[in-house]
Ligand binder design. Structure first.
Ligand code: SF4
Length: 274
């Protein structure tokens, strides 16, 4: 069994690597979920769901987004091995403040669904504390999420990283189909969703690619917001520190004109976009 550590407060921008060298491969995570791998936690407001949020960043992701800000969350072995009980005890100590400020727990990553049993156990515990719950996910592993897992979620922050299959593959090295299937499943359940789209000049900004997401999402009554997230370079130092070739080292953030054009495309299709 890997060495049990303690989850550290910090920020999604902290570089954390090599903390659990005995961890299993990323596609063999889980067990009964009593233990799992986490990067850090921080508090934030509004950005990661409504109200004040405690955001738990867990380890493991099967995508390889060219613009990933947190490549140190890709592998379980880079995270800290922690118990779900410790996470929930800590959450309980914040619960009063989170409820008073209309917030709750958001699990992000990495990809929360790499560790379905671990994150499911934490979400169920958060519901027992009376907290609003959310995950941020690419939806790539959505087929594996049980209805019980989804029942413990009040909101899904669903990253639809592109609509055009070739663009999606270029951006993430994976297929878009599982994400779109998951979006349709959430729509059929009426599960509240905030769709997120990272706008990357020269990669995801083609009008037809944006239009595809807008037309796909607009009829979904459960989608409360489409959030356009302009690409930035805050994660670049992690690629360098981890000696990975960063494909977007020369990419600039989108201009205000491009952001307005993309927001306009979503709004014209009938989405609430911001
Ligand atoms: S899904 Fe998120 S954590 Fe995974 S590679 Fe993409 S941006 Fe990074």
């Amino acid at each position: 069994m890997p060495h049990l550590g303690h989850i550290e407060a910090g920020s999604r921008h902290d570089l954390r690597i090599g903390l659990s060298p005995d961890a299993p491969p990323d596609d063999e995570a889980d067990g009964d979920g009593a233990f799992g791998y986490a990067h850090s936690y921080e508090s934030s407001s509004r950005y990661d769901g409504p109200g004040l949020r405690l955001v738990l960043f867990v380890s493991g992701c099967l995508l390889r987004c060219a613009y990933c800000h947190n490549p140190d969350t890709w592998h379980l072995k880079d995270g800290t091995y922690v118990s779900a009980k410790e996470v929930l005890d800590r959450l309980a100590s914040f619960a009063g403040a989170l409820k008073a400020l209309d917030g709750g727990l958001t699990i992000s990553g990495g990809e929360p669904m790499v560790q379905l049993a671990f994150t499911g156990r934490i979400l169920a515990g958060a519901k027992r504390l009376g907290l609003h719950t959310a995950i941020e996910t690419s939806g790539f592993l959505g087929d594996k999420a049980s209805d019980e897992y989804l029942a413990n979620l009040d909101l899904v922050l669903l990253d639809i990283k592109s609509f055009d299959p070739d663009t999606y593959r270029r951006a993430t090295e994976r297929d878009v189909a599982p994400t779109l299937r998951f979006a349709e499943r959430l729509a059929s359940m009426g599960k509240p969703v905030w769709v997120r789209f990272t706008l990357v000049p020269g990669l995801t900004d083609e009008p037809a690619n944006v239009e595809g997401i807008a037309r796909f999402v607009a009829p979904m009554k459960n989608v409360e917001w489409v959030e356009v997230q302009p690409f930035h370079q805050l994660g670049a130092f992690k690629w360098e520190a981890m000696k990975k070739r960063y494909p977007l080292s020369d990419t600039k953030p989108p201009t205000p004109d491009v952001i307005e054009r993309v927001l306009g495309q979503f709004r014209d299709a009938g989405c609430h976009a911001r």
